[in-house]
Design a protein around this ligand. Structure first.
Ligand code: HEM
Length: 224
């Protein structure tokens, strides 16, 4: 596969993810009544206005992370605007922390109960670990490793889109009960996203752009 096409695909999916989250939050289900209606038998009382405010912050940071990822996986931007890559990288880092903190608040109320709450928390911890790994590699100037770990990192940004695509398949198409379908979608997501990241890394490696720590001091990044 040509890298330009791969990049175009990632950009399209990232924009679709942002648009979906914004439309669903502010147009299709503004009070999240549909989503919240499936939360039966919660152990903690859900304060809807607080939950919605946290969700707004969650979506804002998530959107910044998705946009920052689009910018920073472009090797063209890296080559021409090295400083911008660095600044956007720090914006991405802050956004990851923002998404992790807000999802930490929402996780105990997750649809699907304790198992899914714990999965979200573990997913959060994994994201922090992957972020730290990518950061350590860039500080050690291991740019190929930094790129690979940032691709793995960026995969986490597609958590919500993946959950909802799987949910549509399991609940809408296969007719599973909503909570069962949601549980299956979260489990499917934590398996599929890391596999997708490995597939992207392999594709880049196959094109011969996978080991390119140039004399200029930085590798070619993910895509043209
Ligand atoms: C970066 C892209 C992401 C976007 C655009 C996003 C967006 C959303 C949206 C719109 C919701 C509201 C519920 C829904 O309609 O699905 C939500 C809920 C939630 N998100 Fe995210 N999210 C993202 C990443 C993450 C990540 C990486 C985690 C890590 C664990 C996470 C954890 C949660 C949790 C725990 C909830 C509440 C789920 C529930 O109540 O069942 N999100 N997210």
């Amino acid at each position: 596969m040509k890298l330009g096409r791969l990049y175009g695909g990632i950009v399209a999916v990232a924009i679709a993810s942002i648009l979906w989250a914004l439309l669903n939050r502010y147009v299709w289900d503004p009070g999240a009544a549909g989503f919240l209606s499936h939360k039966l038998g919660l152990k903690h009382t859900l304060e809807v206005p607080v939950w919605l405010t946290v969700l707004d912050v969650h979506i804002a940071f998530a959107s910044i992370a998705l946009l920052a990822g689009i910018i920073n996986i472009s090797s063209w931007i890296l080559r021409h605007y090295r400083n911008a890559h660095r600044i956007v990288g720090y914006a991405y880092l802050i956004s990851v922390v923002g998404v992790v903190l807000t999802s930490g608040y929402m996780a105990p109320y997750a649809t699907g109960g304790r198992t899914i709450s714990m999965m979200f928390n573990l997913w959060n911890l994994a994201w922090l670990a992957v972020t730290l790994t990518a950061y350590v590699y860039v500080k050690r100037k291991k740019f190929d490793m930094h790129r690979n770990w940032m691709i793995r990192n960026y995969a986490f940004c597609f958590t919500n889109l993946s959950i909802h695509l799987l949910l549509t398949l399991l609940s809408g198409v296969l007719g599973l009960e909503y909570v069962v379908a949601y549980t299956g979608s979260v489990i499917g997501t934590v398996i599929l996203l890391p596999l997708s990241a490995e597939a992207v890394i392999r594709t880049i490696r196959k094109t011969g752009m996978g080991s390119t720590n140039h004399a200029c001091g930085h590798s070619n990044d993910a895509v043209p």
